[in-house]
Write a protein that binds this ligand. Structure first.
Ligand code: F6P
Length: 373
């Protein structure tokens, strides 16, 4: 049976209940519903808390849009992709764009709405942009905890973020499929995957899918080296090649390819098109037939993998524990299979990027994978 939400603090204090809020900010990814479910179930079953879901990330906090979340709402959503609360990767209370495109600081409005919701703590699930905003709100007085998610897997302090593993499976499956058609037609297949400033997705999917060349934002590539690898493979009888390109990759002394600028977004740059550039350059320089596949938002869709379901559940449980304990201004992270809490200020700001001495890079190089460098 669905319970009803007590209307005010006095009534709730009589019932002795705490109230926890949840929001999902930034771009979505598989595993968000699993995290919401874990937070809500832990809150309801272990701490007898009430749960409030804020709609569309920070937009809901600015616009005072939220909904009570009951056990029944989160039962059966473990495997569902996306977020049933909605998300926004533009909303920023500190830089809110009005209908005429003018920016205003509405953080006081967000704070007022947060206070009116009478939350004892808020869990913000998001990537670097969301957790940065969360940290600023925390400094303004919002009692919150951060949970890291992003298919880019580029947050410092944590070994993994919710969504990465699911996107990795999608990208690897796509590379596997491209392999067969590349072989039949003796073509060079370029596949562009997401990853703005860090190439974890391209690196892992490239290695798992047996990519011959992997291009990452961290290592600007030399197109001549790429062509040499492709031509050498041809000479050795391998008349096809698979090239996995991170959307943030760029040639040496060249720039990232920007597809659009979303002015009112926390990070306005949207990338796309480097796959076409690499393919055109290869075709021009080698005469080999080349095709491009851009995976795009497929990587953010679909159901979460078992790894992401488990990670999201563990992160969700821990974040709820922290709120119950009154331990705010923290982010939950994964370190060597242990879920820990770190200071939010240490978890935001810098992108975790691939370095040349990374063991996965070394393993890839050992099996002959080229990074075009
Ligand atoms: O940061 C996550 C991410 O999926 C990036 O990999 C990608 O560049 C970006 O978001 C796409 O954003 P949008 O959904 O606004 O196109």
């Amino acid at each position: 049976m669905r319970g009803s939400m007590p209307r005010n603090r006095a009534e709730r204090v009589v019932r002795g209940k705490k109230r926890i809020g949840i929001l999902t900010g930034g771009g979505d990814c598989p595993g968000l519903n699993a995290a919401i479910r874990a937070i809500a179930k832990t809150a309801i079953l272990n701490y007898d808390m009430e749960v409030v879901g804020i709609k569309d990330g920070f937009l809901g906090l600015i616009e005072d849009r939220y909904t009570p979340v009951f056990y029944e709402d989160v039962s059966g959503i473990l495997t569902l992709g996306g977020t049933f609360l909605g998300a926004s990767n533009k909303a920023n209370p500190f830089r809110h764009s009005d209908s005429r495109g003018k920016f205003r600081d509405l953080s006081d409005v967000a704070l007022k709405n947060y206070r009116a919701m009478e939350l004892d703590g808020l869990v913000c699930i998001g990537g670097d942009g969301t957790l940065n905003i969360a940290y600023k709100l925390y400094k303004k007085g919002v009692k919150l905890v951060g949970v890291p998610k992003t298919i880019d897997n580029d947050l410092k302090q944590t070994d993994a973020t919710i969504g990465f593993d699911s996107a990795l499976v999608t990208a690897t499956e796509a590379i596997d499929k491209l392999h067969t058609t590349a072989q039949s037609h003796h073509r060079v297949m370029v596949i562009e995957v997401m990853g703005r400033y860090a190439g974890w997705l391209a690196l892992y999917a490239g290695l798992a899918g047996g990519g011959d060349i992997i291009l990452l934002p961290e290592f600007p590539y030399d197109i001549k080296k790429i062509c040499n690898v492709v031509l050498k493979r041809n000479q050795r009888g391998k008349r096809f090649s698979i090239i996995v390109v991170s959307e943030g990759a760029r040639p040496k002394s060249g720039k990232m390819v920007v597809k659009r600028v979303v002015k009112d977004s926390t990070d306005p740059i949207r990338l796309g098109g480097i796959g076409d550039k690499v393919a055109n350059d290869i075709e021009d320089l080698t005469g080999l037939e080349t095709r491009v596949t851009v995976l795009g938002h497929l990587q953010r869709g679909g159901e979460p993998t078992p790894f992401d379901r488990i990670l999201a559940t563990r992160f969700g449980v821990k974040s709820c524990e922290l709120i119950n304990r009154g331990s705010f201004g923290k982010a939950v992270v994964l370190k060597a299979d242990e879920i820990r809490a770190v200071d939010l200020k240490d978890a935001v700001g810098d992108t975790r990027r691939v370095s040349l001495d990374n063991p996965v890079i070394k393993a890839a190089m050992s099996v002959g994978t080229s990074f075009g460098i």
